[in-house]
Design a protein around this ligand. Structure first.
Ligand SMILES: [Zn+2]
Length: 477
């Protein structure tokens, strides 16, 4: 078992038992003589409280405000399991007899040990006591929406097996109100064409409005009938089979709609990898599926409006726009560098003389990137007279931060002018650091704020001063 699956199992186990010691549950189940789940046929029903658990221990009573776990002798509440989310609802005690009036809002239902159904919720009024007669009532809309998802999962499972072969076994699922996800084993991504064919096949089953039918039989009989079983699941001798017409037949303990037409619509959103060899399909059912498609339709209308094209022309039109945009960006980039280099010749001719060395300090337009700055520095250096020592310092500010590049020609290096040392002085004045080789070096500085001009002048000045030191030392003496 992979680490991922182990963790998932541990999480699921923790969710089932909550804070309570598992023996607390086992004792209640043993004393109860068995819990009856009535939720396949009923959504409400009378019952008796046979156990209450608060803070992980059995209690005889629980008052308003208490987070409580309630165990009934019979219940229509479905405990989370087989991929199907728990029912929500209310349990009420009417107040005559031993129990006073009470209301418990149920937000989760779990089966911590097989055969036991534990309702989790909060006492919102009165006090509930063990032995009280109560009325259990599930949130019917939520249940219906979950059941639609569960039946849809069976249909997608069947469609995938048909399309991908019997190796596409279900490896987990979650049936929630209006949406479901379905994990299955497959070696690679499912092609879009297969996904849309499966989706169409499932929706055809909805249109055919097949009857959904559940029955119990022996595991051998179920296998002989070709009922799908879930990957890694253990089954007893007697199993429950859910069939949708003669399209799908699957071992399942969950709740379902009466007819496939009740699902209304199934929309597969997509498919992705969730681990080695396991894929996940996510889909919407019923009105949620319709709402999704309706939103997409509005979106497409907005796009046709914006790019002035018919719906079927959209992909081509947008591809055209993107391609023209790319061309325009390339042209812009070309123009920008041509502009940057355009003034280089004039700058080179206008070098400042420091004890015989030519020095050019130049600030490029804001927003010029480090590559552009370096290109300009090298271009200017290349236009300076080769026989005279030459230094170029170029500074550019992008997003408020300065970058400086210093370049020195061969004659300059022969006189001891080193780009690495010069850039260190320049970057130091900018509040940063830098370095590089003798011929060209780069540095950066701290954000400049509104003193940018002064700081940049100071940086050029630091390079000038260092050139002056080096060249001057050579002449004096
Ligand atoms: Zn099922």
């Amino acid at each position: 078992m992979t680490e991922q699956r182990q963790r998932a199992k541990a999480d699921a186990a923790g969710k089932k038992t909550g804070n309570a010691d598992i023996s607390v549950f086992a004792r209640v189940l043993e004393e109860s003589g068995g819990i009856t789940f009535t939720g396949y046929d009923e959504v409400t029903g009378s019952a008796t409280v046979i156990g209450l658990i608060a803070d992980g221990a059995g209690v005889p009573a629980a008052g308003a405000g208490t987070a409580v776990e309630v165990i009934l002798d019979r219940t229509p509440f479905y405990a989370e399991g087989g991929g199907q989310l728990a029912d929500n609802g209310v349990i009420t005690a009417s107040g005559s007899g031993p129990g006073v009036a009470a209301r418990i809002e149920i937000t989760d239902v779990q089966a911590p040990v097989p055969g036991l159904i534990v309702h989790r919720g909060t006492v919102t009024a009165g006090e509930i006591v063990v032995g009280a007669p109560v009325y259990a009532e599930i949130d019917v809309e939520r249940r219906r929406a979950i059941s639609r998802s569960h039946t849809a999962t069976h249909l997608v499972h069947r469609a995938f097996r048909g399309a991908l072969g019997e190796s596409a076994a279900q490896a987990g699922s979650e049936n929630a109100p209006g949406r479901f996800r379905f994990d299955f084993t497959a070696m690679g991504a499912v092609p879009a064409s297969v996904l849309s064919a499966a989706e169409e096949e499932v929706n055809q089953v909805l249109i055919n409005d097949l009857e959904v039918h559940a029955f119990h039989t022996s595991i051998d009989q179920a296998r002989a009938m070709g009922a799908l079983a879930l990957f890694g699941e253990k089954y007893g001798d007697t199993v429950r089979v859910v069939e949708v017409g003669d399209y799908s037949r699957e071992l399942c303990g969950g709740t379902h709609v009466a007819r496939s037409g009740n699902l209304g619509l199934v929309k597969i959103l997509g498919e992705s990898s969730i681990g080695s060899g396991v894929r996940r399909v996510e889909a919407l059912v019923g009105i949620d599926a319709f709402n999704f498609l309706a939103r997409e339709s509005v979106l497409v209308s907005q796009l046709t409006e914006q790019v002035k094209a018919r719906r079927e022309e959209l992909p081509e039109r947008i591809a055209g726009v993107i391609s023209r945009l790319r061309d325009a960006e390339r042209d812009l980039e070309r123009l920008r560098s041509a502009q940057l280099l355009g003034g280089a010749a004039a700058l080179a001719a206008d070098a400042e003389d420091i004890y015989g060395a030519g020095y050019i300090a130049h600030r490029v337009p804001d927003g010029t990137g480090a590559d552009g700055i370096r290109k300009v520095a090298l271009d200017i250096r290349g236009r300076m007279p080769a026989e005279q020592p030459g230094v170029v310092a170029v500074i550019g500010v992008s997003d408020g931060r300065p970058t400086v590049v210093v370049a020195v020609n061969d004659a300059g290096r022969a006189r001891g002018l080193r780009a690495g040392a010069l850039v260190l002085a320049a970057a130091g004045a900018l509040g940063g650091r830098g370095g590089g080789k003798d011929d060209v070096a780069q540095g950066g500085g701290a954000p400049l704020g509104d003193r940018a001009d002064d700081v940049i002048d100071g940086s050029f000045g630091a390079v000038r001063a260092l050139i002056s030191d080096i060249m001057g030392a050579g002449t004096v003496g």
